[in-house]
Design a binder for this molecule. Sequence first.
Ligand code: HEC
Ligand code: HEC
Ligand code: HEC
Ligand code: HEC
Ligand code: HEC
Ligand code: HEC
Ligand code: HEC
Ligand code: HEC
Ligand code: HEC
Length: 346
Amino acid sequence: MLSVLKTILFVLVGLLMLPFFADDLSGKSFGLLTGVAMAESCSTAECHAAIGNARFAHVPVAAGDCMDCHAEAGKPHPGQGSMVLVEEEPGLCLQCHESPSAGMEYPHSAVEESCTGCHDPHQSEYPKLVLQQGGELCLNCHEVVMDGEYAHGPVRANNCKMCHGVHGGQHESMLTLPGKEICFACHGGIREIIENAKSQHDPVANGLCWDCHAPHTADFEPFLEGPYPEGFYTSFDEKKYELCFNCHSETAFTYWLTSEATRFRNHNSNLHSFHVNRMDKGRVCKACHGVHGTDQGKLLYSRVPNFGQWEIPLQWVVSQNGDGATCYVGCHKPKRYDREQWIRNK
Ligand code: HEC
Ligand code: HEC
Ligand code: HEC
Ligand code: HEC
Ligand code: HEC
Ligand code: HEC
Ligand code: HEC
Ligand code: HEC
Ligand code: HEC
């Protein structure tokens, strides 16, 4: 009923306007109006009826203010090139909206280019006129973040907004919190380890978690940027420790005799190689070191986790002369080493 009335109204208005337009109606050319009459002239059953009918309609579209964004190009409408936008994006949208990235230290380049990369100008099935919801929207342009084999919890949950602003952010990489804080928001336990640690690991304390962990997806568990053994023992291969050897020299684990490659040696006999570099059951770094920080010197654990249910006690006592140390551990008798003078252990 209403649509019949609308059609009648449309025809009446059209007839009334006829004298103002020289164009021939039978040649399918319309004069376009503004305001409510406009909405009716554009969104009739034959023309653009679908615009404004989705679950969420943009206010100027619902109000029928099509000409806030569209203008006639001076050619008969409908027809190729008969309509233009009143302005290019993002200026078109900034007629009525403040730039959503205004004042942000790290604006999203996508926003500076165009709004319709993410928003439908007319309507959407989703709130805020977005083209898609959640991570789907972002992955249209950033598929590469999903390249790794294992995906991090919040990324699997398709929620980029847990870490990034959508239009930009105050922190590097558009993050909602600066640096490590973004990780501590969900991994408070690691913050505690770092704050209570007696020995600190430089890249953890002064660097960024993503020096070692991929925030989105990775090929190595737990979301590591490079290979690192998962178990407690492994046959030695330099390639298995690429994560650590990006920054530390592998010679500490490949030289058997050395007076400088490592401080963990008994005179020149390399105790790092002795423990780690084995065909069978070589110990991995975490058999002794806690990579985020520990309560003893040299990132040594005082209780080594991950060995089944047992936390192996490890006490590392530096010798009085400062040239070596004694290790009191759960897995062998106390043993001492000295870098100046070879010590014979029973
Ligand atoms: C807020 C600005 C804005 C308003 C208001 C607006 N449009 Fe649009 N419209 C656009 C933009 C921007 C495009 C170009 C979209 C693209 O290139 O993908 C467009 C494209 C179109 C198109 C061609 C592509 C399509 O989606 O079919 C039609 C037809 C159209 N608009 C009709 C209308 C009608 C009818 C109204 C009023 C009911 C209206 N528009 C109101 C911004 C607007
Ligand atoms: C003629 C003025 C006008 C223009 C031009 C305009 N908008 Fe809007 N827009 C509005 C009004 C009015 C609202 C509703 C105000 C509000 O809810 O705060 C709105 C709301 C929105 C919303 C929020 C919708 C919601 O559900 O909360 C988005 C997103 C949006 N506009 C995007 C755009 C984009 C993208 C463009 C350019 C293609 C644009 N606007 C151009 C007037 C305009
Ligand atoms: C990279 C995608 C993207 C681009 C580009 C983009 N937006 Fe948005 N915008 C979003 C998302 C996603 C939301 C919903 C945010 C939410 O739900 O928290 C949103 C929300 C909005 C809102 C609603 C208010 C708010 O902040 O929640 C407005 C208004 C808006 N955008 C305007 C614009 C304008 C104007 C432009 C262009 C200058 C633009 N957007 C460009 C993704 C984008
Ligand atoms: C229409 C394409 C497009 C969409 C959709 C899009 N982006 Fe972007 N994004 C870009 C472009 C272009 C850049 C700048 C070039 C680059 O770094 O790849 C960028 C850069 C970024 C950056 C890096 C910023 C920096 O300072 O290094 C982040 C983070 C980002 N986008 C997150 C998102 C998120 C989150 C979403 C979903 C809400 C999203 N993007 C959706 C195009 C897009
Ligand atoms: C757990 C927090 C977190 C989540 C969730 C997250 N990111 Fe990021 N993202 C980061 C961090 C941290 C960086 C900075 C990494 C760097 O500088 O190496 C970053 C950087 C980026 C960059 C720019 C550099 C690059 O790696 O290409 C883009 C683009 C990006 N993120 C997109 C996304 C998209 C898309 C999603 C959702 C699918 C997402 N992010 C979810 C934390 C996150
Ligand atoms: C919004 C919450 C959230 C934020 C922010 C977050 N994470 Fe996570 N993270 C999770 C959840 C949930 C899991 C567990 C599910 C899984 O395995 O992905 C997880 C797992 C991890 C794991 C593997 C844990 C294990 O035991 O295997 C690492 C490593 C990790 N996150 C590092 C980071 C880093 C680095 C950052 C900062 C860039 C960060 N996370 C930010 C929620 C978060
Ligand atoms: C120097 C490299 C490096 C840096 C930097 C680093 N991690 Fe790790 N992280 C690792 C390694 C290696 C593991 C695997 C377990 C192990 O060896 O202890 C790990 C494991 C994890 C785990 C899962 C297991 C656990 O211990 O709970 C989480 C969560 C985690 N890291 C979060 C973080 C956060 C948050 C930061 C930043 C404050 C960070 N990491 C910085 C190397 C690093
Ligand atoms: C991003 C670079 C980087 C990565 C990756 C890295 N480290 Fe370090 N590490 C350092 C720096 C810098 C220091 C401090 C200077 C030094 O002793 O060489 C350090 C120191 C150490 C120390 C001695 C701490 C002390 O108190 O003197 C140990 C043990 C250590 N790292 C173990 C590891 C292990 C195990 C890995 C692999 C899981 C690893 N590191 C990965 C940069 C890195
Ligand atoms: C059996 C225990 C043990 C294992 C396994 C072990 N370390 Fe160590 N590491 C030590 C001890 C003890 C020290 C302290 C030596 C000193 O200063 O007296 C040390 C010191 C270090 C240092 C400081 C520089 C140096 O060499 O003196 C780095 C870096 C280091 N370890 C990295 C690693 C990496 C990487 C792995 C795995 C590939 C690893 N460690 C495996 C016990 C171990």
